[in-house]
Design a protein around this ligand. Structure first.
Ligand SMILES: C[S@@+](CC[C@H](N)C(=O)[O-])C[C@H]1O[C@@H](n2cnc3c(N)ncnc32)[C@H](O)[C@@H]1O
Length: 155
């Protein structure tokens, strides 16, 4: 079993609880508004073809902003949850490391967690509104309230 297989199994096992936590009704409207603001500030308003990797919640927000979104993930369980709860997104099994998609077919690539990717002109913006929501509503069991960042860059 590869490390990626272990990661995929971990997320498939966690998928139902993760989705339940992400979709908590008391927080959903505030979260959607705050994340819509985050992604509106990062992307042009013109509808784009966006590839969301490790997909789910981000894809949902981007589709709500009018973008044409394809979401790839390697966890069947996370894809199942995403397809059940997010409309208007083309969710597919796919590897963020080597997406099996034609080069140049997307205007932007997004991810909830982005590692060093050789980008230029990188900007890092602390997401204070999300931090405030985490303080107000709490975070997933086993996690701490901590600042998340919007990271943008070009190629
Ligand atoms: C923190 S979760 C984020 C889920 C989703 N972005 C959201 O906001 O609901 C990380 C996701 O990355 C996925 N992932 C991990 N390695 C991946 C890879 N190599 N290619 C695609 N997805 C991957 C996991 O299966 C998991 O669904």
């Amino acid at each position: 079993m590869t490390a990626q297989d272990s990661i995929n199994d971990y997320w498939t096992g966690r998928a139902p609880g993760y989705a339940e936590h992400q979709l908590r009704p008391e927080r959903l409207a505030d979260d959607t508004a705050a994340w819509s603001e985050v992604w509106s500030s990062a992307l042009p308003a013109t509808p784009l073809d966006v590839l969301d990797v490790g997909s789910g919640r981000v894809a949902s927000v981007l589709a709500g902003l009018g973008h044409r979104v394809t979401g790839i993930d390697l966890s069947e369980g996370m894809l199942e949850q995403a397809r059940a709860t997010v409309k208007d997104v083309d969710f597919r099994l796919g590897d963020a490391v080597a997406p099996d998609l034609p080069a140049g077919s997307f205007d932007a690539v997004t991810a909830a967690v982005l590692e060093e990717a050789g980008l230029t002109g990188v900007t890092v913006t602390p997401l204070t509104a999300i931090y405030d929501l985490d303080q107000k509503y709490g975070v997933a069991p086993g996690h701490d309230v901590q600042t998340q960042y919007l990271i943008t860059g070009g190629i």
